[in-house]
Ligand binder design. Sequence first.
Ligand SMILES: C[S@@+](CC[C@H](N)C(=O)[O-])C[C@H]1O[C@@H](n2cnc3c(N)ncnc32)[C@H](O)[C@@H]1O
Length: 341
Amino acid sequence: MLAHAFLSVMTAAQAATPTSDVDDLIPLTRNEIRRLFTAATAPRPDRCPRPEMVPVASSAPSPCPGQPLPTANSRHQSRITNNGWTTSFTSVDRSEIFDIAHLRHPIAAPVAPDRLRELVGWLSPAVGARAVDLGCGEGEWLQQVLLDHPATTGVGIDHMLPASAARRTGERGLTDRVRWIETDAATWNDGLFDVVLCVGARHAFGGLEDMLVAVRQHLRPGGQALIGEMIWEGTPSAAALAALGLPSDSVPDLAGLVRAFHRHGFEPSFGHVSTLTEWDDYEFSWTGSLVDWAVRSAPTVEHRNQALTAAREHRDTWLGGLRRELGFATFVLHDVSPGPV
Ligand SMILES: C[S@@+](CC[C@H](N)C(=O)[O-])C[C@H]1O[C@@H](n2cnc3c(N)ncnc32)[C@H](O)[C@@H]1O
């Protein structure tokens, strides 16, 4: 989910925007890690090409287990620690670790594909509407909007846009209706949109309140938003707070999240709270994909050990602090703020 939060670390800061380095909610997203290690990362090939059409966001893409990590171009040891999520790397293009981790779960949030489709189904853009996805990652949310509404167009914004987003767009026949833009969502601007999506990307803007301000700035009066955010399922334990590494009041509970929506002039319609199964699917897909690749396909012992270490550290953090305490809620919102008189 959201992530990661690793950011206090290192070199990353150079390429990052100031607001990006705060609290990413979903642990261990590939994109943040790519950003962290930009300086050490070679240009990434689209690493799992498939000629066949992808059946919408209904199934996860097949992994490509035989595909090796890119040639090593950086060989110093790194250890990322932020918000409790710690990962060690000893070599190579470390962002590739995270590409592998997300091969089976391109939705970078603890949300199942059928729940994604249900949530998007509550959006009702008119013919000719424009949608934007802020911090789009693989763009699964935006692509579902375009699939559901053939007369809409979309823009996906991410500061580390994965090549696979554009690849799947082509496979789904959406290329002519979407633009993928690799830039900082906090400063990008292209007028008003009928639908604004922002799932697990509050850190791009600084925090929950800043993200809601940004969403409003991009939304036409009376438009709809779809927001996915971290919540605490109850009063967080010391272990959970330590794992996340954020002040306890920076993450609301479910009622607090709804109050934040209201403060910003949004009325929630449909909402979904991620289940433990969705969380486990996401987290164990993350670690499982790495372990599977390490054991079956890693080209060298070094690659194998690197992948196994990343998986173990991620699993330990999830099981040792956040599981059953950190939640995730996704809401469809209507703009009900008073319009100009
Ligand atoms: C947890 S992922 C969520 C991705 C996607 N919304 C999803 O649910 O699958 C957060 C995304 O925000 C992106 N991001 C973080 N800071 C950003 C910034 N300043 N500008 C644009 N994108 C940013 C990351 O690269 C990452 O893809």
